[in-house]
Write a protein that binds this ligand. Structure first.
Ligand SMILES: *[C@@H]1O[C@H](CO)[C@@H](O)[C@H](O)[C@H]1NC(C)=O
Ligand SMILES: *[C@@H]1O[C@H](CO)[C@@H](O)[C@H](O)[C@H]1NC(C)=O
Ligand SMILES: *[C@@H]1O[C@H](CO)[C@@H](O)[C@H](O)[C@H]1NC(C)=O
Length: 794
């Protein structure tokens, strides 16, 4: 059309330059395009002032340049300018703002040329048009807000108002339209998200300004391209799992998963641990593909009871996100309680009172909750118990009195059991020993000891031995023997006996004399070596047994006075009458003192007999006148010892009724001796009386000043009986025939019956029972001194 238009313009120009001298005036008409045929544009005749009838004659015609189409013609009859065909302005002039069709009206006779300008006017006969009905676009989702995307404009062949005036874009979330005369653009108002909307279809409408308005549309097809704009996203921000301790390797603890909305490599998620200590790394592993977290190391609740780790999910291009994994380890009863001995008093003195704490025990179980609840017990049958104290501490206390001498060592087994399932237990044995306390005195094996020794023993000979036992330990049980001080017969015991301190063997220090003492008692003490020492004592009775070492002693008749000790025998004495008696004693005892009498020689052997054991001399028959007046007997007194000892004496008997009848007897007897004897007797009597009086006075004196001279007193008291009699007559064990009530009468006589006095005493009174000491006797008759007894007693 443009070419066409251009050609027409050039044509008109040439035409005008050649024909200019003939041009009379121009005529202008305007016609809208697209009018139908025979549209009357105007009346030329009238416009020119020419009679239309002359047109024929003047051969009026319209000249168009070249072969150009004839758009118009003249109606010769009317002089009207009519269109010959539809005129398309766009075809004729294209986009030229004015479209003028120029032609010449030629009249002949005379030649007259008039320029006709036909202005073709546009009508809105074209719609705006886009080149394509579909515009495909690809926009990256990462495009920034404000980015512009150009769209090719729509085109409208019409011009002016009828051309494209404006655009409108279908309403959408992301884009708005930015259009001006130059360009049409989509302006990204809100960023794209492929993951939300992958394809966007927009309809863009172009509108012209004609009336009626025409429009054209295009579909804009936008594909949103993926950008790795999405990090993987974990399904949970915190994963929690519980895991029993001691779970074997490869146990799956938990699986984490993360999704990535991106595509392809952008959405490929791999898993790894985030920041995790090396230690934890050796305990857990994570599968990079599946996100499984597995156990690879040792899970020990007691060491770690929870783990907190970060896991990382990463997509192909390196966007990451993190989540937390908390693994709580649950306890398994895998630790037995442990018993610790915190303190122990060992050894324990045996004298501690029941309930004393001897040790402290602590029990620990590293498990938790029930698995660490511990019960503690102690074996039966030991005198100990556990007393719970604070926080798994226990006191080990005694329950009863200990006795080292019964049980000296204890192995106390303590057992601790927890309350897990199954329960675990452990035990510990505590060795306790009991320390000795010197709580046992030595005890003699026997209540009392007796030692028998024959008199005249050798000094140093062993009498007996005592033994005491002390169950205490070491020096507390070491026994030392000693003699308790005391006196025997006025001499210290140590002068009689000695004891071996270690062995308890008792020795005699000197030779004993049965006739001096027949028995005595000593006290032996056994003492241990403890501090303080304990002791006990025992009585040792020493019995001296008799040896026949004393000859019988004839008291009457006195041996030296054989001539003057004369017995009168009445002439009328019948057979069997007692004439006299030989009195003899033997310091020994028993058989050794059992005396037998025999007449070994006599003037008239048939006249007198002597009692074998009584010593009584009796007539054997009646005295006859023929019997010799003077009879002499030699009597032998013999004891029954082995070998026997004997003594003899002579007895003078005078058969007479009256001493006076025998003056010759006085002659026979020595006068001076007789008078001497008498004076002796008087002296004896006086001295006896004096001694007795003295004794009474002393007794009285002592009553007033007791204890002044007790010893002296006793010595005096003892002296009295021993002045008359040998100290001991009785045999030791009391089995002797003479023992019980052997009385003897001593007739001390001057030869006259009137002067006879009889000293009668009981054998028993002056001798001492075997189980008593000599020293006891004075006290029997010296009651006032009973308080002295203790001091005097051995
Ligand atoms: C205690 O145990 C020790 C060592 O096992 C053992 O020698 C001792 O005889 C035991 N004592 C008792 C009283 O059981
Ligand atoms: C003996 O007993 C005492 C307490 O009476 C005690 O202190 C001491 O340790 C004991 N000796 C031995 C050797 O056990
Ligand atoms: C000897 O033992 C008795 C009891 O056995 C006691 O009464 C006495 O005091 C003790 N004597 C001495 C000297 O220890």
């Amino acid at each position: 059309m443009e070419d066409k238009g251009f050609a027409v313009l050039r044509l008109i120009f040439c035409f005008a330059s050649v024909m200019l001298p003939f041009v009379y005036g121009d005529l202008s008409y305007s016609i809208p395009e697209e009018t139908k045929r025979n549209y009357i544009v105007g009346n030329i005749a009238k416009d020119l002032g020419i009679d239309s009838r002359s047109f024929f004659s003047r051969k009026a015609r319209l000249d168009f340049e070249g072969t150009r189409k004839r758009y118009c013609d003249i109606n010769m009859n009317t002089g009207d300018l009519i269109t010959l065909e539809r005129i398309d302005r766009e075809d004729l002039c294209g986009q030229k703002p004015s479209c003028v069709l120029k032609t010449d009206l030629v009249l002949e006779n005379p030649l007259e040329v008039h320029r006709l300008n036909l202005h073709i006017q546009d009508i809105n006969d074209n719609s705006p048009k886009f080149i394509d009905s579909l515009i495909e676009m690809e926009i990256r989702e990462s495009a920034d807000k404000g980015n512009r995307f150009s769209i090719e404009e729509a085109h409208d062949e019409d011009i002016g108002q009828n051309a494209v005036q404006r655009y409108s874009l279908q309403k959408n979330d992301n884009f708005i339209l930015s259009a001006d005369s130059n360009k049409v653009e989509l302006l990204l108002e809100n960023t794209l998200d492929r993951e939300k909307q992958k394809l966007i279809n927009l309809i863009l409408t172009a509108l012209d300004g004609g009336s009626p308005q025409r429009s054209g549309t295009v579909v804009i097809h936008i594909t949103v391209l993926d950008a790795n704009d999405n990090a993987p996203v974990f399904s949970q921000s915190v994963y929690k799992a519980t895991l029993p301790e001691n779970s074997p390797p490869d146990t799956v603890v938990i699986t984490v998963s993360a999704a990535d909305a991106d595509e392809g490599i952008n959405g490929d998620v791999t898993y790894d641990f985030g920041h995790v200590s090396n230690n934890d790394l050796s305990i857990f592993s994570i599968d990079p593909k599946s996100g499984e977290i597995r156990v690879t190391g040792v899970i020990d609740f007691e060491e770690r009871n929870s783990f907190e780790m970060r896991v990382k999910a990463k997509d192909g291009l390196g966007l990451t996100s993190y989540a937390k994994v908390i693994i709580a380890v649950t306890d398994i009863n895998d630790n037995a309680p442990v018993i610790y001995l915190k303190s122990l008093s060992n050894p324990i003195p045996e004298n501690i009172s029941p309930g004393t704490e001897v040790g402290i025990i602590n029990i620990q179980d590293t498990d938790s909750e029930n698995n660490k609840q511990v019960r503690c017990s102690i074996q039966q049958g030991v005198p100990f118990k556990l007393v719970p104290s604070i926080k798994n501490y226990y006191s080990l206390v005694t329950t009863e009195q200990l006795d080292r001498e019964l049980v000296s060592d204890y192995n106390v087994t303590i057992t601790a059991t927890d309350e897990g399932s199954p329960p675990l237990s452990s035990s510990k044995t505590v060795q306790l020993s009991v320390a000795d306390i010197n709580d046992n005195p030595p005890v003699f094996e026997e209540q009392s000891y007796s030692a028998y020794v024959t008199e005249n023993n050798k000094p140093g000979s062993t009498l007996c031995s005592v033994t005491a036992r002390d169950p205490d330990w070491r020096q507390n049980g070491t026994v030392i023997y000693s003699l308790l001080p005391g006196e025997v017969n006025g001499a210290p015991v140590s002068s009689y006996l000695s004891i071996n301190g270690d062995t308890g063997v008792i020795h005699a220090v000197r030779s004993f004399d049965y006739e001096q003492f027949r028995s005595f008692k000593v006290h032996v003490m056994a003492r241990d070596n403890g501090s303080p020492p304990l002791s006990s004592n025992v009585t040792v009775s020493v019995f001296v047994s008799d040896v026949n070492d004393n000859s019988p002693q004839i008291l009457y008749p006195t041996p030296e006075g054989n001539s003057f000790m004369t017995e009168l025998v009445p002439k009328a004495a019948h057979g069997g009458s007692l004439v006299s008696k030989v009195i003899a004693v033997d310091a020994d005892s028993g058989q050794n003192a059992w005396l037998s009498y025999q007449i070994v020689k006599s003037t008239d052997p048939g006249l007198f007999t002597i009692g074998l054991h009584s010593g009584e001399i009796r007539t054997q028959r009646d005295i006859s006148e023929s019997d010799n007046m003077k009879q002499n007997l030699i009597v032998s007194v013999k004891d029954n010892g082995q070998p026997p000892l004997s003594a003899t004496c002579a007895m003078y008997l005078l058969i007479s009724d009256n001493l006076a009848e025998v003056p010759e007897l006085k002659d026979i007897s020595y006068d001076e001796k007789n008078s001497k004897l008498t004076s002796y007797l008087i002296i004896a009597l006086v001295s006896v009386s004096t001694v007795f009086l003295t004794f009474i006075i002393i007794v009285m004196g002592v009553r007033f000043c007791r204890r002044r001279k007790p010893r002296l007193l006793f010595d005096g008291a003892v002296a009295i009986p021993s002045a008359y009699l040998p100290p001991n007559y009785s045999d030791v064990d009391g089995t002797g025939t003479l023992r019980s009530t052997y009385n003897y009468d001593a007739y001390l006589t001057t030869g006259s019956r009137t002067s006879d006095f009889k000293f009668v005493t009981s054998y028993n009174d002056n001798t001492l029972p075997a189980d008593q000491t000599l020293r006891k006797s004075p006290s029997d008759f010296a009651d006032p001194f009973e308080d002295l007894e203790a001091t005097a007693e051995v």
